[in-house]
Design a protein around this ligand. Structure first.
Ligand SMILES: CC(C)C(=O)C(=O)O
Length: 470
């Protein structure tokens, strides 16, 4: 599918520094349309959304410094039962340790609505950590700005929904009215000396050059006037963003970031991407945002967030390492501690196939694969998961595991190394295999649990006078 040029009818000039065509800044004026533009060509509603292309290619522009921010206690909490104060403080401690001394998890955002919310904030601030910086999420009112100031926070998030779906259909305003309203609220915030983080909700259905860029230009003017940083968070509220080269804005992630950075002049370090996973794209869109000019990507632990969730924080840790070639001080083993904490203390069941944290993320079942693993674990493991996540690669035992799978399971479970390792041709393995085959011949369809296998191993060792690891 093709669409009209996003830049159509807009005046362009050549930038002599980089020979790129650029739109004249003074021409980014608010397009105060009479009727909402709901981009029916992309979002017909009674049909599946469409991805039009105009084949405009945006150049890579990854900032030197990129980082992760966290919304576990805001978007994350919106979609589940609230955490207790103690749980929030414990998770915050973990985030601090995971992010490391270079502030790779730069900031986290907290509600201030209830006493419980504020208690959690006080306790986290008392920790005195530089990172993650404790920031707030409030109703946009003067009283709330005062509260943020009293608590001693430097930054707050403010909702500035930017699509006509929100402006016309929810707020019942025109673009001009919405923009004036938002700007006056942001001015109130700046008057209190608080740095606003503007959440441009629903940006992937917004008119980028008719509303978003003119609005961001006004923000940059305010920033200059007050000499206080103003952040712009591009929120892909419904997960419509795509990262395919040549896709049309407002669905193109790179197109949006390019517009905000190059045409509205927002510096890299003040742009953040906030993704949702409705179309399975939260992670790749966030990485794309980094690649095209965002310093920050906003995430939540295990992707817990509204509907299908947000960009999982742990995923972006490994995206960072792959893009940059190192972890820049992040302690990835804390991810496993966090996963255990969520399962045991919070009672949250992580789906077993979840990358990096699910029970099965590095478990191999098929016998033929297990055979490969036994020869060299690199063949069927993504990286040294024992080193980085304290999760040695595992073979689950089922009807397809074969002798190799059973031997591997024994070696991993009993942590047998070197010549203590059990071989697939050993008597113990053969006896376990007989029991496994009998189980499945009897009609079993489920995998064998660790407890069942240990019981079987103990029985065989007793009956046959065998010892594990000899
Ligand atoms: C409410 C807004 C800021 C949000 O989280 C989103 O757009 O996803």
């Amino acid at each position: 599918m093709r669409d009209s040029d996003a830049f159509q009818n807009r005046p362009v000039s050549m930038n002599p520094k980089n020979n790129l065509l650029e739109i004249e800044e003074h021409m980014y004026i608010l397009d105060d349309v009479e009727k909402p533009n709901v981009f029916r060509n992309m979002f017909p509603y009674s049909e599946i959304p469409k991805i039009p292309f105009n084949d405009r290619i945006v150049p890579h522009n990854m900032p030197k410094d990129i980082w992760i921010t966290d919304t576990t206690f805001r978007d994350g909490q919106q979609s589940r039962a609230p955490y207790t104060t103690e749980q929030i403080v414990k998770i915050y401690d973990y985030l601090h340790e995971l992010g490391g001394p270079n502030g790779m998890i730069r900031a986290s955002e907290f509600f201030l609505y209830s006493k419980k919310d504020r208690d959690a904030v006080y306790k986290c601030m008392e920790r005195g950590y530089k990172f993650p910086e404790v920031t707030s999420w409030i109703r946009a009112s003067k009283e709330d700005f005062k509260l943020v100031k009293e608590i001693g926070m430097k930054e707050t998030g403010i909702l500035v929904s930017c699509s006509d779906y929100h402006i016309f259909l929810k707020l019942k305003m025109t673009r001009r009215q919405a923009m004036d309203h938002y700007l006056s609220v942001i001015r109130d915030c700046l008057e209190e000396g608080i740095s606003p983080r503007c959440h441009l909700e629903d940006i992937t259905r917004a008119d980028i050059y008719g509303y978003v860029v003119p609005f961001c230009l006004e923000l940059m003017k305010l920033m200059k006037e007050y000499q206080i940083p103003i952040k712009v968070r591009a929120c892909d509220t419904m997960g419509y963003g795509v990262n395919y080269p040549g896709a049309v804005i407002p669905r193109s992630v790179q197109g949006i970031i390019y517009a905000i950075h190059t045409h509205a002049g927002v510096p890299h370090e003040l742009i953040e991407w906030h993704g949702h996973n409705d179309f399975y794209k939260a992670v790749s869109n966030s990485t794309t945002a980094w690649l095209y000019g965002c310093s920050g990507v906003n995430t939540s632990l295990f992707g817990i967030g509204e509907r299908t969730g947000n960009t999982p924080l742990e995923a972006m840790v490994f995206e960072y390492a792959q893009l940059k070639g190192d972890l820049n001080g992040m302690n990835t083993r804390v991810i496993t501690e966090l996963a255990e904490y969520y399962e045991k203390e919070i009672g949250y069941q992580i789906p077993p196939r979840t990358p990096f944290v699910g029970k099965n993320f590095n478990v191999t079942r098929a016998g033929i694969h297990a055979d490969g693993l036994l020869k060299n674990e690199e063949i069927y493991n993504i990286f040294d998961t024992e080193k980085f996540l304290n999760r040695p690669v595992l073979c689950a035992i089922s009807n397809t595991s074969g002798l190799a799978g059973i031997a591997h399971w024994l070696n991993t479970y009993y942590k047998l190394k070197g010549d203590k390792q059990v071989q697939k041709n050993s008597e113990l393995v053969a006896e376990i295999k007989k029991w496994v085959d009998e189980e499945y011949a009897g009609g079993r369809v489920t995998v064998l649990t660790d407890e069942e296998i240990v019981a079987c191993v103990n029985r065989i060792c007793l009956e046959k006078n065998l010892k594990i690891g000899e």
